[in-house]
Design a binder for this molecule. Structure first.
Ligand SMILES: [Zn+2]
Length: 334
């Protein structure tokens, strides 16, 4: 049984190809962080090595070892705290791919963060994508397809994994993970359709409090002076050089806040994401005009795109800081 929740279209397609023996030798799973890309990739790796009748059975020794990440033929190549996946990692993978499977039927290589392959690494990977050795399955996982070389994308079969509907997450949390109903409702909304985040947030309360702290710091910027805003921009830019994904997370969180303000202003307050901050959102929305909210949400989106395209982070973030509209609190404070 496929463990991944939702993504029925992708699962149906993979199942059909498996049954017909027509799997593509390389897949590219594209979707937001924690949406289920890795779970689906692991499920496919299980299906390719499963000894059960209904593959992936999830119970045979092969499936179990893969789920425990102990299977010698299933390898994950990732960023491991670096800025890029380097050519050395791809060469190592190619060497492993040239060997026969060790304990299963197929060797599976999952490239987690394929949108962060260095240029050389991506070019080097092309060789394997063009002529994969027998019994080798490649699965590339990416958040932002635009950062991949078009030649890499065109050699893979692409499956898009979009955010899951909130009720699906809510149900999964309460049925599969036993989360109390009310908590499941809040966490499901906050997850923006990413089940992995929702499960992690339930298991680790730190994630929720970290999120709340980040929001407080971001909200404070609306009443902070230029110096304080620039100091925050510098801090984020510095963080970006070490861990770009965490900065993108901060900006997504911020964008989510401004989208909620927009929804409230437009009379759609029942669709907001940050349900646990409803009162603060309503209060803050009063201090802005709809045009100001929209304008800043657009600035945020633009900044995120520019960071994706490797623009100077300090500059992008400083420009963003100057775009924050003056809120009600600022009028009061100054
Ligand atoms: Zn199995």
């Amino acid at each position: 049984m496929w463990q991944v929740m939702g993504h029925e279209k992708a699962v149906a397609l993979l199942e059909k190809s498996l049954r017909g023996g027509k799997l593509s030798h390389a897949y590219l799973f594209v979707g937001p962080p924690h949406v289920g890309k890795m779970t689906l990739a692991m499920n496919l790796a299980q299906a390719l090595n499963c000894q059960g009748e209904e593959r992936p059975c999830g119970e045979c020794p092969q499936c179990r070892r893969i789920a425990e990440r102990k299977h010698a033929d299933v390898q994950v190549i990732g960023l491991d705290g670096r800025m890029e996946i380097g050519i050395d990692q791809i060469r190592e993978m190619q060497h492993a791919a040239s060997l026969k499977p060790f304990e299963g039927r197929n060797r599976v290589f999952i490239i987690d963060g394929a949108d962060h392959l260095s240029h050389e690494a991506a070019n080097c990977l092309l060789k394997t994508l063009e002529e994969p050795p027998p019994n080798v399955q490649l699965i590339l996982l990416a958040v932002n397809e635009r950062l991949l070389l078009p030649t890499v994308v065109s050699r893979c079969q692409k499956l898009e994994l979009g955010p899951l509907p909130t009720p699906v997450i809510e149900q999964a949390l309460s049925h599969r993970w036993g989360v109390p109903v009310e908590q499941a409702r809040v966490v499901a909304r906050l997850s923006c359709g990413c089940l992995g985040w929702a499960v992690a947030a339930f298991a680790d309360e730190g994630l929720l409090s970290e999120r709340a702290e980040r929001l407080t710091a971001l909200r404070h910027l609306a009443v902070a002076g230029r110096e304080e805003r620039f100091a925050y921009a510098a801090q984020l830019a510095n963080q970006f050089s070490r861990d770009r994904e965490s900065v993108q997370e901060v900006l997504s969180l911020w964008l989510g806040w401004w989208r909620d303000l927009m929804l409230i202003k437009g009379g759609c307050g029942n669709s907001i994401t940050n349900v646990d901050q409803e009162a603060k959102l309503y209060d803050e929305a009063e201090g802005y005009r709809l045009g100001e909210i929209k304008g800043f949400a657009e600035s945020l989106q633009r900044a995120m795109e520019q960071l994706d395209q490797n623009a100077n982070p300090r500059l992008v973030l400083e420009v963003l800081m100057l775009a924050i509209p003056k809120g009600k609190e600022e009028a009061k404070t100054f």
